[in-house]
Design a protein around this ligand. Structure first.
Ligand SMILES: *[C@@H]1O[C@H](CO)[C@@H](O)[C@H](O)[C@H]1NC(C)=O
Ligand SMILES: *[C@@H]1O[C@H](CO)[C@@H](O)[C@H](O)[C@H]1NC(C)=O
Ligand SMILES: *[C@@H]1O[C@H](CO)[C@@H](O)[C@H](O)[C@H]1NC(C)=O
Ligand SMILES: *[C@@H]1O[C@H](CO)[C@@H](O)[C@H](O)[C@H]1NC(C)=O
Length: 382
């Protein structure tokens, strides 16, 4: 019966019986307890291999911009995938001066931006400010150390700046002398122009539309998989063509629901709880399983090939952001594995009776509702 329940129960028994010998969690962290750094225009905290050593493919940061707060113009070798958690902000991405391509949008809660390596970008909080979570395809990255306008212009010699931008030494001495770097998050005037006004207010408006937009309205997209247990909305290169190297999803897990046991064939996963609480588990090899309760602002990671799940044991709906270091989703759900071999094979593999193996569901939804897979009639896998 109910393999999943039995499995989960076994896992819990193991966890508790090993409780005294458990090391501190490797794949989960109470990031909510980490204090952010404060800047004039907002706050910043990061998670990378230095603070989260077992996340060896993806780093991330959480940025709050006050109204007018400005994550200064910067660029980096890492790909960036970001989700706006609340508020609104205006972001410009500059692709190429050769082709005269740049793109500005007002990003609302639920929107994603994607920045390819080395594209310049700047983000400003609008009237209500904003908070966003950004993931990077480089585990050692810290956005604070990215190349930026202030760090470049305060480092290069003054006469070079003058020649480049048509300034006089007097301009430079007056205005650049006191500049510190990196400025990181400064405070500017609260934008009072509409997006359309802003777009024409720049002295060199882009001549061409970008080929692929940097913006994707994730929270408004059609769920990939929706059941009474929750849903997954996905931003991958299938629907968001620019995102060749990273993807992500918004996951809702309703009370009692569970994101099915699965693993990924080509991607590492980085998890952030937006609200609610979940029990998350990751299996990395024989006898190696870690499980944790995560609340709002806490994080986890599931390395490529690790078996994992996310379950909601509470009475409150939970939302998570999952980020991946590949533009395409690739996952293998446990029922799909079971469903592709006859019960005799499964029974022999596991040393169980064929009757036991026959009871396992060979298909099922991505997000299992309260009560488990047995509540479901057989359907095509999604
Ligand atoms: C915005 O999201 C952050 C991170 O989830 C949270 O800490 C903060 O309380 C939220 N702010 C508002 C105004 O909802
Ligand atoms: C990853 O980021 C670090 C720190 O910014 C940088 O030194 C390194 O070159 C980056 N790696 C790649 C492959 O871009
Ligand atoms: C808009 O903001 C600019 C820059 O802060 C300011 O100079 C201008 O007076 C503002 N305009 C209005 C209509 O508030
Ligand atoms: C939790 O986050 C989701 C996704 O951002 C949002 O739609 C929902 O309203 C939030 N729920 C609560 C109770 O704040």
């Amino acid at each position: 019966m109910k393999f999943l329940d039995t499995f989960a129960a076994a896992v819990l028994v193991c966890l508790f019986s090993n409780a005294s010998t458990q090391n501190s969690p490797k794949y989960y962290q109470k990031w909510s307890e980490v204090e952010p750094e404060h800047f004039p225009g907002g706050t910043y905290k990061y998670s990378n291999i230095e603070t989260f050593p077992d996340s060896d493919a993806i780093s991330a940061n959480l940025v709050t911009l006050y109204p007018g707060g400005l994550r200064e113009m910067h660029w980096h070798t890492a790909t960036e995938w970001a989700y706006v958690l609340n508020g609104t902000c205006r972001a410009t991405v500059i692709e190429s001066s050769r082709d005269s391509m740049a793109e500005t949008w007002d990003y609302a809660t639920g929107d994603v931006w994607y920045i390819r390596p080395n594209e310049a970008h700047v983000v400003q909080g609008l009237r209500d400010g904003c908070t966003y979570l950004a993931g990077y395809s480089n585990a050692t990255f810290d956005d604070k150390l990215a190349s930026s306008l202030s760090s470049w212009l305060s480092t290069v010699t003054r006469d070079v700046v003058c020649d480049s931008l048509g300034l006089t030494p007097a301009d430079v001495t007056a205005d650049l002398a006191s500049m510190t770097h990196p400025r990181m998050i400064t405070l500017g005037p609260v934008p009072n122009t509409s997006l359309a006004e802003y777009r024409v207010s720049v002295s060199r408006p882009p001549r061409l539309l970008v080929k692929n937009s940097h913006r994707f309205e994730l929270a408004l997209s059609t769920p990939h998989s929706a059941t009474d247990g929750g849903f997954v909305q996905e931003a991958s290169k299938a629907t968001f063509p620019i995102s060749q190297d990273m993807s992500g999803s918004l996951l809702e897990v309703d009370p009692g629901g569970m994101l099915q046991l699965h693993w990924h064939t080509t991607q590492n996963e980085w998890q952030f709880v937006i609200n609610g609480s979940v029990q998350a588990g990751v299996f990395t090899g024989p006898g190696q399983h870690e499980e944790s309760l995560l609340g709002p602002g806490d994080i986890g990671c599931a390395p490529i090939s690790s078996g994992h799940y996310i379950r909601n044991p509470t009475q409150e709906t939970a939302f998570l952001i999952l980020m991946y270091d590949d533009g395409e989703f690739s996952s293998i759900d446990l029922p799909w594995v079971i469903g592709n071999v006859p019960p005799q094979i499964t029974a022999s593999c596991m040393d169980t009776s064929v009757a036991f193996a026959e009871n396992m569901h060979g298909t099922g939804p991505k997000v299992i509702p309260y009560g488990g897979t047995q509540q479901f009639t057989i359907q095509d896998p999604v």
